[in-house]
Write a protein that binds this ligand. Structure first.
Ligand code: SF4
Ligand code: SF4
Ligand code: SF4
Length: 241
């Protein structure tokens, strides 16, 4: 049975404890950052090889009310991961899916991917997650803290979250919790929704329209791109020659 995160954004205060905990556990170096927008504390500006987790800030006017939305972004550990389907066409099993947990993992063999291969893999991801270290070529993203999970511990970001936003456990248990929270949150936010719950193992509860969080909050927001050759063949299930 796969493991699943339930991320209840209605409870997120944007303290960024999860983002820092992720960096600390994985011993990821600091990035040079700059303030990039009036009123936004999002930092760094985007996911990168040293940030597997990023709390995104988004502000908009809803009638007379200013809505400030927080979105702790990370890999969704897709049930059928498109990144793996495309990656397997060039280097089989450089991207693996752990049977016990459902975690999608970028192994060291991802260094064999060319820059073009990487672009195909990133384009295949509906959530714009994969990043590449420009020096080593290693592809990077959230690992589900597989070392901690295999030892019976919670992922670092879940352990660090003080508000109950980050939850982790068996998929059935998380789906039940998500349904309960959705019912409750809808009393205040009638448009509240779960983001792509059937397709991913990182399920977000949103209180606002997905486009008011992030361009890639749900798969359906991804602009329709002309399909590259590898993605096309992956869809057809045919080998790349
Ligand atoms: Fe939000 Fe929890 Fe992360 Fe703080 S630690 S930013 S409350 S998800
Ligand atoms: Fe792969 Fe993207 Fe899905 Fe993560 S979110 S498993 S990187 S396709
Ligand atoms: Fe980072 Fe681990 Fe949380 Fe993934 S599960 S975002 S690797 S702390």
């Amino acid at each position: 049975m796969p493991k699943t995160f339930f991320i209840d954004t209605s409870r997120c205060t944007a303290c960024r404890g999860c983002q820092i905990a992720c960096k600390e556990w994985h011993e990821l170096p600091a990035n040079k950052t700059t303030q990039f927008g009036w009123g936004s504390h999002q930092n760094p500006q985007d996911l990168n090889p040293n940030n597997y987790k990023l709390v995104r800030f988004s502000e908009h006017l809803d009638g007379d009310v200013i809505r400030w939305n927080f979105f702790p972004d990370q890999c969704r550990h897709c049930v059928s991961p498109p990144c793996k389907q495309v990656g397997d066409m060039t280097h089989e099993n450089a991207i693996v899916q752990d049977k016990a947990t459902g975690a999608v993992l970028f192994t060291e063999a991802t260094r064999k991917f060319s820059e073009l291969d990487f672009e195909d893999i990133r384009d295949a991801c509906p959530y714009n997650i994969p990043r590449r270290d420009p020096e080593t070529g290693q592809l990077s993203k959230c690992t589900m803290c597989i070392d901690r999970v295999r030892s019976g511990m919670l992922p670092a970001c879940v352990k660090a979250c003080p508000t109950g936003t980050m939850n982790f456990g068996e998929r059935e248990e998380m789906l039940k919790l998500a349904a309960q929270r959705l019912e409750r949150v809808r009393k205040t936010f009638p448009e509240a929704m779960l983001a792509d719950p059937d397709d991913v193992n990182v399920i977000y509860l949103l209180t606002d329209a997905p486009e008011n969080y992030h361009d890639y909050a749900v798969a359906s927001l991804v602009p329709v791109r002309p399909m590259d050759r590898k993605s096309f063949l992956a869809v057809l299930g045919r080998p790349l020659r």
